[in-house]
Structure formats: structure tokens, C-alpha cells
Design a protein around this ligand. Sequence first.
Ligand SMILES: C[S@@+](CC[C@H](N)C(=O)[O-])C[C@H]1O[C@@H](n2cnc3c(N)ncnc32)[C@H](O)[C@@H]1O
Length: 196
Amino acid sequence: MNDAPLTRPHILDVIQESAARLGFRMSCEERTGALLATLAASKPGGRFLEIGTGVGAGAAWMASGMDASSRLTTIEFNPGLHAAAAVTFFDDPRVELVCADASEWLREYDGEPFDLAFVDWRPGKFYQLDTLLNLLAPGGLYVVDDLLPQDTWPENHPERVDQFLEAWPRAGMVATPMSWASGLLVAAKTASARIP
Ligand SMILES: C[S@@+](CC[C@H](N)C(=O)[O-])C[C@H]1O[C@@H](n2cnc3c(N)ncnc32)[C@H](O)[C@@H]1O
């Protein structure tokens, strides 16, 4: 047995070309993507959120597991990356690509709760964690990656990650840290939790 993904969305080829063209090196690992696809498939009609679109690798994996009535909102701050992802997903009405600062977006969002949030940048992970967790529906899943050392980490990043990990376990969430792929934490919101 190995843990290589059993399937792979074909649009990843296009996404990898965009990443190479733009010099973008932060797309999620394929194992993480495969897990996101499985989790997305477990939420028919689900509402999904991604913080940090990049060029769309995580979104492609999630979209590959989503059914026709599910919706993904993905937030990217960099207009060039957002534009590349928007081209890739132009014909998928399930995917809403937002070009915004996720920190502001999280402060202002007052729409439906989410069934899964993949938090792949700092807002909702290293800060505004409670804000993000309060946007989850009961049973909603919280997924973060890149908790194991990466060669793209800036100098003071290990302290940020340590602080994040020290914040778990926490009330209202059932969490599993996973020393797997780039290092994940997967957590589910308990039914009646309101994060303080
Ligand atoms: C790790 S990458 C995301 C990779 C993507 N989730 C994937 O799976 O391929 C993090 C992304 O967050 C974006 N970003 C940085 N600051 C941001 C902010 N304040 N709001 C939204 N996105 C931001 C970066 O431009 C980068 O594309």
C-alpha cells in the first residue's frame, strides 16, 4: 500500500502550467488535494470555503469531489493569481473566485455557514481563527495544511506554526493533527458549538 492519490482532476495539468508560468510554488500537495476531494464528497449540497486560492489547485481538488449543487467560495489577494484561477474555472458555476484580502472578507462575511473550510493562508489560521470557526455549520470541517516545515517558510514562521498548534485542542472542535503530506490539522465543529 502507498498513499498516492487514486484519482486526479485533469484540470490540474492546466493549473500546473499556470503555476510554472507565474512562478507560483505554493499549490497544495496532491495527497492533501485528494483528502479535500473526499471530504467535499461527504457533504452533498455543501458550502465550501478556501482561504488562499493560489492558481486553483486546492479548488480543483475540492471541485472534483463536490456534487452539482455544492458551492465553493475561494479568496485570493493577488490579482494575477486570481485571474489565472478565474480562467481555469470560467465554466464551473459552482466555483466563486473572489479577489480580496481574506482578513477583510472574513470580517465582513455574513452569508450562509460553511460545511468545510480549507484555510491555506494566515487569516483563519494564525489570526482570526475564532472568526473563521464561527462561520462553520454544525459538523463543519476545518482543514489546514503546511504545518510541517516547508522550504518556502519565512524566518519567523516556525513560531507562528507552534503557536497555532498550541491552540489545540479547543472547545467546540474535535481535531486530529496529521503528520502527513505537508502536515495537516483536520477538525470538526461539534453540533452546538459557539466559539467564544
Ligand atoms: C499556500 S497558497 C494557496 C494555495 C492553494 N490553496 C492551493 O491549494 O493550491 C496561499 C495563497 O494565499 C494568498 N494570500 C496571501 N495573502 C492573502 C490575503 N490577505 N488574503 C487572501 N489571500 C492571500 C497568496 O497570494 C497565495 O496565493
